[in-house]
Design a protein around this ligand. Structure first.
Ligand code: APR
Length: 258
């Protein structure tokens, strides 16, 4: 039995921290495109990297709080002009594909969103290192893990800052295109400002029968959450019609059928 086994570093059920986490953060920050600096208030990469690391290093990976990330978020608050935000749930790649050619912005286009996109991170009490063996899983270990709390805090700021028309891409091939437990459902939708208009696009896998639609019960639920907040709501089935024809993606999921 190896030393790492005894140390308990592999006790969590989620993926461990991404190898070279610090280096990736630094590189992504240095290469963040200048023309979209405006999606973040400043860009001091040294300071941002330090604030990111000190948010979770040597802390209990199940005791993340909003306050842990306050300094980081304050350093690079996402700020996006009105009418440009695209949210998503289970549809990140498609939402990005929709947003990019239209000059629209997903959270992953803002500085902090781009730094953390697809990375994993957690620390270990009393250790200066990241735990690369395992990190807490949302379901099996704890909800207050550093990854979940990061996306919650950042997504909340993003949604609160939105103005004009906000769009969201939802997966109509799921039973519930709107899921109240998702970040979009529990954090973003309930934090849109009154007078904002939310435009939902439902997308359907070409190979599968549509399971949810603008008139389905999950969208009705979304509508009622929004109307309580005085957020206007528009819903359209079949985003695919609005996307350019393109080759199927590797897994074929969002490709256009021949
Ligand atoms: N990279 C890796 N993980 C992410 C990212 C990202 N860019 N964004 C969110 N996550 C995490 C969150 O913990 C989230 O719960 O992965 C999960 C993605 O789950 P989905 O069910 O696909 O979507 P949802 O929970 O609705 O979160 C997506 O939140 O991050 C915002 O603006 C973003 O509108 C989007 C929504």
């Amino acid at each position: 039995i190896h030393k790492w086994y005894h140390s308990g570093l592999n006790r969590w059920h989620g993926l461990g921290s991404t190898a070279d986490f610090q280096k990736i953060i630094q590189e992504r920050c240095d290469n963040y495109p200048q023309q979209i600096w405006s999606y973040s208030r400043s860009r001091n990469c040294q300071e941002i990297k330090q604030a990111f690391m000190s948010a979770f290093i040597s802390k209990d990976p199940c005791k993340a709080t909003k306050e842990d990330y306050r300094r980081l978020i304050d350093l690079a608050d996402p700020t996006v002009p009105c009418n440009k935000i695209v949210l998503w749930s289970k549809t990140k790649e498609l939402a990005r594909e929709y947003a990019k050619p239209r000059g629209l912005v997903t959270l992953e286009d803002t500085l902090l969103g781009s730094l953390a996109d697809d990375l994993h991170w957690c620390g270990e009490p009393g250790s200066p290192d990241l735990n690369t063996w395992s990190c807490p899983d949302w379901k099996k270990d704890c909800r207050t893990n550093y990854l979940t709390v990061f996306w919650e805090v950042l997504s909340k700021r993003f949604a609160e800052s939105a103005c004009g028309t906000v769009q969201v891409v939802l997966d109509g091939s799921l039973e519930n295109a709107f899921n109240e437990m998702s970040i979009f459902g529990r954090v973003e939708a309930p934090n849109l400002k009154p007078m904002v208009t939310l435009q939902a696009w439902l997308v359907h896998d070409p190979g599968k029968p549509p399971r949810d639609s603008c008139s389905g019960s999950s969208i009705t639920k979304l509508k009622s959450i929004l109307s309580e907040r005085n957020v206007r709501f528009i819903c359209r089935d079949n985003l695919r019609k609005f996307l350019k024809k393109r080759k199927p993606t590797l897994n074929g999921k969002y490709g256009v059928s021949p």
